[in-house]
Design a protein around this ligand. Structure first.
Ligand code: NI
Length: 175
């Protein structure tokens, strides 16, 4: 089983390639492996480059999530060649983590409401509207496909740290 690459690994900074062939055994195997790894690590999302595969494939969602007790359920989704557009300008700051940055959290601005689209394993179109946590996960995972990790989006680096330390006295988001 592939290991999850951690921040510092050069492949996490690469732009991933569009998927052009659908419904193949290789694509199915890759997605099955991504879902298994996400489940094993109790993640809410995983992008193919996090296991060293530079293809535009993300998996996300959970009925309930141990790592994010405050979260709303998000349907388990395989999304290939994803794209999104904001439905309103508003950005919302919330704490985020990433399986490639274990043990850490940061306060990250994301669009609150988006419309996203992509394709499923067979190449059929998927199109949805999402808000809040669901919209945040999508934006986080899509960033991975463009070589962007969430610390690059943090506005105030005091709002970044180890979750055990942050839990002691959460810093207040400042001006
Ligand atoms: Ni991540």
């Amino acid at each position: 089983m592939n290991r999850i690459l951690r921040i510092g690994h050069p492949l996490l900074l690469e732009r991933s390639a569009e998927v052009r062939e659908f419904g193949t055994p290789g694509l199915q195997r890759l997605v099955d492996e991504m879902l298994a790894i996400m489940e094993q690590h109790q993640g809410v999302g995983l992008a193919a480059p996090q296991i060293g595969i530079l293809q535009r494939i993300i998996v996300f969602g959970m009925e309930e999530c141990a790592r994010y007790p405050e979260c709303e359920p998000v349907p388990l989704t395989v999304l290939i060649n994803p794209a999104f557009e904001p439905m309103e300008e508003d950005l919302e700051q919330e704490w985020e983590g990433c399986l490639s940055i274990p043990g850490m959290r940061g306060l990250v601005p994301r669009y609150r409401r988006i419309r996203y689209r992509g394709q499923d394993l067979q190449g059929r179109p998927i199109s949805r509207e999402a808000s809040g946590f669901h919209a945040r996960i999508l934006q986080h995972e899509l960033d991975h496909l463009d070589g962007v990790l969430y610390p690059q989006r943090i506005r105030d680096m005091r709002m970044f740290g180890y979750e055990e330390e942050l839990a002691l006295a959460p810093p207040q988001a400042g001006a």
